[in-house]
Write a protein that binds this ligand. Structure first.
Ligand code: NAD
Ligand code: TYD
Length: 340
């Protein structure tokens, strides 16, 4: 089987490439990635020599180039991880989010139609459901929860999801969608909460907590997400959406304190800064459907996953230090410089 993985030089796509090449050594993985600021070839260094792996530096919005790759590689399955993925950046500049996340999805699906691909899988997010209140711990996102987005990022992901379902209904494209909660683990770009806090703590820099740090996210170890996508692609029902999450809700401030404790750093590094505009309060996934239909269950407990993640950042300093020594400095200054 030949699988196209877009966005494979990013966090989750990169983990997925490693997971798949190890689990299915007979399958071919063809990675398409534009290598934006979030894409890192060092994430893929360990597989570049694998004869069942091929890399194309290509924009998913480039229709001609995408069709050429499909023509050459004749994929059986296409899994779309490529996206602009950071909420804070989408607040600064929404345009590229609409281009990549919506129009890029359309280009990929048009190519799937043209070449009769057996499965198109869209990697989506629980953020398409908006947020839940803190005082209703009984509420969870199910696949029936209405789409109700807050940020330009989540709106662009929701737009793409609607388009994917429309391509299924209108053209009969064999699609599936997964909507996962927040991931953490190796190769996570240090603009996101967990890797940013680990990197700053290791450098004895302030840890910028938005608002009061009371917002809740539902954290899943990235390998559990990879397993879920693999299952959905192989056994999931066409035209269906599957929520993915492990009932692991934590307040941001508690995450930050766990990281400081693991690293033996003082809580005095915590600095409360201005809140994110339109900040979603709580995300919480009900994973009943994927558990019941496909037998998926999360395998890594948060206490173990966060230790493994911190150990990875300690052992792979070069990976993240290279990132934060470059253009990231300008980003950091712009986002956090005078954020009071
Ligand atoms: P990421 O930002 O780490 O990686 C995105 C990758 O896509 C990068 O390698 C980047 O170079 C590539 N890319 C961006 N624009 C492209 C384009 N136009 N053409 C080709 N490649 C392009 O993102 P991530 O955290 O790995 O997220 C992957 C997917 O999972 C996204 O679709 C995201 O919406 C979704 N998701 C993420 C999370 C999370 O917690 N990170 C949770 C649920 C869903
Ligand atoms: P993030 O990792 O950006 O993921 P998302 O917003 O997609 O859930 O942020 C996770 C939470 O952490 C979110 O509530 C915002 C908060 N946060 C901070 O408090 N400080 C930070 O520097 C960052 C990046 C995020």
């Amino acid at each position: 089987m030949t699988i196209i993985v877009t966005g494979g030089a990013g966090f989750i796509g990169g983990n997925f490439v490693h997971y798949m090449l190890k689990k299915y050594p007979q399958d071919r993985i063809v990675c398409i990635d534009k290598l934006t600021y979030a894409g890192n070839m060092s994430t893929l260094a360990g597989v570049m020599d694998n004869e069942n792996f091929k890399f194309y530096k290509t924009d998913i919005c480039d229709r001609v180039a995408i069709c050429e790759i499909f023509e050459t590689e004749k994929p059986d399955v296409v899994i779309n991880f490529a996206a602009e993925s950071h909420v804070d950046r989408s607040i600064e500049n929404p345009e590229v989010f609409l281009q990549t996340n919506i129009l890029g999805t359309q280009v990929l699906m048009d190519a799937c139609r043209k070449y009769g691909i057996g499965r198109y899988h869209q990697v989506s997010t629980d953020e398409v459901y908006g947020d839940l209140p803190l005082d209703r711990p009984d509420l969870f996102f199910t696949e029936e929860t209405p789409i109700h987005t807050s940020s330009p990022y989540s709106s662009s992901k929701a737009g793409a999801d609607l388009l994917v379902l429309a391509y299924h209904r209108t053209y009969g494209l064999p699609v599936t969608i997964s909507r996962c909660s927040n991931n953490y683990g190796p190769y996570h770009f240090p603009e996101k909460l967990i890797p940013l806090m680990i990197a700053n703590a290791l450098n004895d820099k302030a840890l910028p907590v938005y608002g009061e740090g009371l917002n809740v996210r539902d954290w899943l170890y990235v390998e559990d997400h990879c397993k879920a996508i693999d299952l959905i692609v192989r056994k999931g029902r066409v035209g269906e959406v599957y929520n993915v999450g492990g009932h692991n809700e934590k307040r941001n401030i508690d995450i930050v304190k766990i990281i400081l404790k693991e690293l033996g750093k003082p809580e005095s590094l915590i600095t409360y800064v201005a809140d994110r505009k339109g900040h979603d309060m709580r995300y919480a996934i009900d994973p009943t459907k994927i558990s019941r239909e496909l037998g998926w269950l999360p395998e890594t407990k948060f206490e173990d996953g966060i230790k493994k993640t911190i150990a990875w950042y300690l052992e792979n300093r070069e990976w993240w230090e290279n990132i934060i020594s470059g253009e990231y400095q300008n980003y950091y200054e712009k986002m956090y410089g005078d954020r009071k």
